[in-house]
Design a protein around this ligand. Structure first.
Ligand SMILES: Nc1ncnc2c1ncn2[C@@H]1O[C@H](COP(=O)(O)OP(=O)(O)OP(=O)(O)O)[C@@H](O)[C@H]1O
Ligand SMILES: [Mg+2]
Length: 213
């Protein structure tokens, strides 16, 4: 998928001769025929897609703000070339923020279309299971060792689901990686997680304290 912000960029990408602009894309005439170059998805549409996937309202505008801090979690998310992320770290270091930022960016670049947010500390197993098929990316937020047997089983099923259907997966946890893996206690799932995600420890300050000040 070719993406460009402006006519000039669209022409440059495909070495075009002339261009016609529509709301969503540029038609570029080249030596080898007409090529479509898409515009990045608008902020409004990205927010609608995030809302549709139950992403928490309070992060939605913030991830588009000009004053985003280059936190360790954001740098990790920007650098990662893997399909997904597994971020471990203390409360407030910006794990959820960074995952949502990355998901928004992937939508903007047409890499994903329908992400689903599941807070594992507050969710309805039956409802979420029913919804999985409508989404192509999952953020399992707060995957902590306090989950009960059923919640844990559901979360593990989501990982298998993502793996088999080549969907993207993002996970945050307050546990350190060793404790998290011991809690999962299933070698097949660990090996899939290693394949699907960049596993990173975030050692940063608590940005929630900063916000309150
Ligand atoms: N890059 C950033 N730029 C601006 N604000 C940020 C950034 N990262 C995090 N914040 C703010 O800091 C606070 C904590 O971030 P976040 O909720 O992502 O932490 P967390 O690591 O997921 O914490 P927890 O483990 O408790 O869920 C939020 O209010 C968030 O909006
Ligand atoms: Mg969080």
């Amino acid at each position: 998928m070719l993406v460009a912000k402006t006519k000039e960029e669209a022409l440059k990408i495909v070495k075009g001769e002339s261009v016609i602009e529509t709301d969503r894309l540029f038609w570029v005439k080249t030596k080898n025929g007409i090529i479509r170059v898409f515009k990045p998805i608008s902020k409004e549409l990205i927010i609608r897609k995030l809302q549709n996937g139950n992403f928490p309202e309070r992060y939605l505008e913030d991830v588009f703000s000009k004053s985003i801090k280059k936190t360790q979690a954001i740098l990790v998310a920007l650098k990662s070339k893997k399909e997904g992320l597994l971020l471990s770290g203390k409360a407030g270091v910006g794990k959820t923020f960074a995952c949502i930022y990355k998901v928004a960016k992937l939508i903007q670049e047409y890499k994903i279309n329908a992400p689903l947010y599941i807070s594992l500390q507050d969710f309805n197993i039956a409802e979420e299971r029913e919804r999985l098929k409508d989404f192509d990316t999952f953020l399992l937020d707060d995957f902590n060792p306090n989950l009960n047997e059923y919640e844990k089983k559901f979360a593990i099923n989501v990982i298998y689901y993502a793996y088999h259907r080549k969907k993207k997966i993002f996970i945050t946890t307050n546990a350190d990686i060793k404790t998290f893996f011991e809690f999962l206690n299933e070698e097949p799932i660990l090996s899939r997680l290693r394949e699907l995600t960049d596993i990173k420890v975030i050692n940063d300050k608590d940005y929630r304290l900063e916000v309150k000040r």
